[in-house]
Ligand binder design. Structure first.
Ligand code: DGP
Length: 115
């Protein structure tokens, strides 16, 4: 486990040390609503294990499960008409929380390209 995890907001959410609106949880992942939603549905899916970002991941099965979990969470939230998945990586990617997370954005049309 990375030392950064000691002060990580998302690790605290995963350990239930910080309260948030959880929409799904199993042994490996937790999904919760974003504190600053940009779409009617804006949910974050994170591995409970701390990875700083996508560049730190070499666990291919975990990444596969992350995406399958995102699909389950999107379906559970009724996003039958589609949704966007986003993983921001590093400064130029717009990453602000340094714990790997996948955004699920739904409930409206999402134009392309994003800003
Ligand atoms: P990113 O820019 O990809 O690193 O997105 C981080 C997201 O995390 C951002 O949309 C706001 C959200 N966020 C930050 N702090 C908290 C928090 O304490 N609780 C929740 N639920 N979301 C948070």
């Amino acid at each position: 486990m990375n030392d950064d995890s000691n002060n990580c907001i998302f690790c605290k959410i995963a350990k239930k040390e910080l309260q948030t609106q959880i929409v799904f949880e199993n042994e490996e992942f937790i999904a919760f609503n974003d504190i600053k939603p940009v779409s009617p549905v804006h949910t974050l899916v994170i591995p409970k294990k701390h990875y700083k970002n996508l560049l730190e991941v070499n666990d291919v099965p975990m990444l596969g499960k992350l995406f399958l979990t995102a699909c389950d969470v999107a379906k559970k939230q009724g996003l039958d008409e589609g949704f966007r998945t986003v993983i921001n990586t590093g400064d130029n990617g717009g990453q602000t929380v340094h714990h790997l997370h996948l955004h699920i954005l739904g409930g409206r049309f999402h134009k392309w390209p994003p800003g």
